[in-house]
Design a protein around this ligand. Structure first.
Ligand code: ZN
Length: 718
């Protein structure tokens, strides 16, 4: 992740004479051209990938183009641009959200909950239209996405502003965060994207001079579920539903966090359109036009003539049945009068447009009996009370268990065993008990008490005075090790095929697993003797364990189960450090320096690696052949890091290294590379024609090294 604001500060210190030195004018133009060409080509392929779902380059071919652009932009910061495709990966830090006035008020919709409501709406629409216009009536039916409404502004084809709906009149400016939504085109054309699979980017026709559209940022159910599972595993906050997730992700002050969230976008309404010779005259044409411009438009849209209203009703019901199979969450369907002139004639009633209505299905809550409350021991020893429910159907799924969070939650809501309780299932998260129905109490319901001892190891449970959670603090509690193994092998961590809770429990109980690295030393011959573990099954398990050795290191890091280190945090950390070895040596200050890593996370990581058994565990993984360093690290995983804690600046032309090779060499030995000399620089590596950086190094009395001295330093300290 690029720390953009910091990078900008470094750049402003960048001496201009040095710019001239690095960029002699003869190759400046060709670099600029190449950057332009790469940006256009990358945008084109992103459009094919994210919007058309029809990529023609392989991921690695695409990555090659992308990395070339990144490298050129890094080498030529003055050619950076806010709308470069590379800006999507990382973050400008907003000060706070600025208020944006919407060009037209964003209205909400009236709701219909039954067919009767819909017939009434249709009758009202007809009543308000002059008789001779009624024959033009037709309707569009679109999904009502459960996400965050956004307003996107394009000027002369460029995305210039994006805002939340806010109160309908004013929204919040979240432009930098919206830039990280990959489906959002930063540039639109007049819509001449070729469909013949040509690898060359198309020639652009003129885009409209101004376009403001309304859309919805959302998350696919599968991505949302996986994200929450990872959060649960890392004991970080989970989002209650996809809407919350989208809002929470986009309303981050740090767009680097938004960039790590799997957000998607649909646009569905034109608010302002200027400079278009043939503007659309119906909603159907509007959607086609938006798609033509390269904006993402949901394909699940249907069109019905007024005399087919019965068919429209059948469609609503049929869609209601299959809504759970859609990849994204919807909370209803929207019916819109198709012709824009008719919409204008119909106008508004109070705050709702008369020309549209939202049709909603029944809710996601149910009432059932709370049969019992049991507690589970988590990976970190945290004790979670769970509700055992009389099975109940909610949105097509049988719910038998629900979370009760913690002791306070149960006490504050006065939830008792035997109560009738309201259970909510939303967005595929673990269902939860919302509240008891006091009015249905019989008098024989039993208040619940947190047990005094751990249900697994029988040691006393502890509750910290300022925390809601209760813990089993016995570090030898087998339940914790089982949970730790379960977390390690889970699909969001090391993803070991056919390995789950049952195997974790069995292998811990048998004494095969005493720490996580024992997973790579399982006694396969003994396991073959266990009941239910026939050759084929053991082979599969063994192959799964083998395959996991080569996972990206952020997965291993996440699998360790360090407090607050979820998937996102692990990725941020491993983007900065090439190996666990170097990460281990980082201080809280080093870690807090990374965009998106706060002091709480930094302390937790440093504390974890300060414990000798944990450091030994990493060595044990490395010895078992588990990947503990990125391939880009030149050195062996367990070798020492002679440059750890040192910051280098490279300048001038070195005898054998290119600039990149020198930087890689330094990083591979655990050092950091900065782009400008400061009092924090430990060494400046200089070659021929070193410019102002050498002068500055001398002024600050920073030691200067030749390439040969750099190599000697690396080997001398090994
Ligand atoms: Zn215990």
């Amino acid at each position: 992740m690029i720390n953009f604001s910091k990078r900008m500060t470094e750049l402003s210190n960048f001496p201009t004479e040095e710019l001239a030195e690095e960029l002699n004018s003869s190759d400046a133009n060709s670099v600029r051209e190449r950057i332009q060409e790469l940006r256009t080509t990358i945008r084109y392929h992103q459009h094919r990938y994210y919007v058309l779902d029809d990529p023609i380059l392989s991921d690695s071919e695409f990555d090659t183009l992308f990395r070339e652009l990144q490298a050129l932009e890094n080498a030529h910061p003055e050619l950076r641009s806010d709308d470069s495709p590379t800006v999507r990966v990382g973050g400008v830090l907003s000060e706070r959200f600025e208020k944006v006035r919407h060009p037209t008020p964003l209205l909400s919709l009236a709701n219909a909950f039954s067919e009767t409501d819909l017939h009434a709406w249709r009758e009202r629409v007809k009543r308000f239209l002059p008789e001779k216009r009624r024959s033009e009536l037709a309707y569009g039916v679109e999904p009502k996405f459960d996400g965050l409404t956004v307003v996107l502004h394009y000027e002369n084809g460029r995305f210039v502003l994006g805002a939340t709906r806010g109160d309908g009149e004013y929204g919040e400016n979240i432009t930098p965060n919206l830039r990280t939504v990959r489906r959002l085109p930063l540039e639109i054309s007049s819509g001449s994207h070729p469909v013949d699979g040509a690898a060359q980017a198309p020639q652009k026709a003129l885009p409209p001079s101004r376009l403001v559209v309304r859309g919805e940022v959302y998350v696919d159910k599968a991505d949302f579920t996986l994200f929450n599972e990872k959060q649960v595993a890392a004991e970080e906050r989970i989002y209650a539903n996809p809407r919350n997730f989208a809002a929470g992700s986009l309303r981050q002050l740090d767009s680097a966090i938004s960039a790590t969230r799997p957000l998607k976008l649909w646009v569905y309404q034109i608010l302002i359109l200027e400079g278009e010779a043939n503007p659309p005259t119906t909603q159907r044409e509007s959607l086609a036009y938006l798609a033509q411009l390269g904006l993402p438009v949901c394909p699940d849209v249907r069109h019905f003539e007024d005399n087919n209203f019965e068919e429209l009703m059948r469609y609503l019901n049929e869609f209601g049945d299959r809504r759970f199979d859609l990849p994204y969450e919807i909370d209803g369907l929207v019916l819109k009068v198709d012709a824009l002139p008719l919409q204008n004639l119909l106008g508004y009633t109070g705050k709702d447009p008369r020309w549209a209505i939202a049709y909603k299905w029944a809710g996601v809550e149910a009432v059932t009996t709370l049969l019992d409350i049991v507690v589970n021991v988590g990976r970190t020893g945290v004790i979670t009370p769970n509700a055992v429910l009389k099975p109940v159907q909610i949105t097509g799924v049988t719910v038998r268990n629900a979370t009760l969070h913690n002791e306070d939650y149960i006490r504050d809501l006065d939830i008792r065993i035997g109560d009738q309780v309201v259970v909510k299932r939303a967005g595929e998260v673990i269902p939860k008990v919302l509240r008891p129905l006091m009015e249905m109490r019989q008098g024989n319901e039993q208040p619940w008490q947190m047990p005094a001892t751990c249900p697994v190891c029988a040691q006393p449970l502890v509750r910290a005075p300022d925390e809601a959670a209760t813990y089993c603090v016995n570090s030898a509690c087998p339940a914790q090790l089982v949970r730790a193994v379960e977390h390690f092998v889970a699909r969001w961590a090391m993803d070991i095929d056919s390995f789950g809770f049952k195997q974790a429990e069995l292998f811990v109980q048998k004494g095969y697993i005493k720490d996580l690295a024992d997973i790579y030393h399982l006694p396969w011959d003994e396991i073959l003797q266990l009941e239910g573990y026939k050759e084929k099954r053991v082979e599969k398990l063994r192959a799964g364990v083998e395959a996991s050795k080569d996972r990206p290191i952020h997965r291993l890091l996440m699998g360790l189960g360090i407090r607050f280190v979820g998937g996102t945090v692990a990725e941020l950390l491993m983007q900065r450090y090439a190996s666990l070895e170097t990460l281990m040596q980082a201080s809280t200050a080093d870690l807090s320096d990374i965009e998106g890593i706060g002091p709480r996370i930094a302390e937790s990581v440093v504390k974890y690696f300060s414990l000798e058994p944990n450091r030994a565990l990493i060595q044990k993984f490395a010895a078992a052949g588990v990947r503990v360093a990125e391939e880009r690290a030149v050195m062996a995983p367990s070798a020492a890091q002679p440059f750890a804690g040192l910051t280098f600046v490279v300048t001038g032309t070195l005898p054998t290294f290119t600039r990149d090779e020198a930087q890689d060499f330094i990083k591979a030995h655990g050092g950091k590379v900065a782009s400008s000399v400061s009092s924090k620089t430990n060494y400046v590596v200089v070659g021929e024609n070193a410019g102002s950086k050498l002068t500055k190094a001398e002024a600050l009395a920073v030691p200067v090294l030749s390439e040969a001295a750099l190599r000697t330093l690396a080997s001398a300290e090994e």
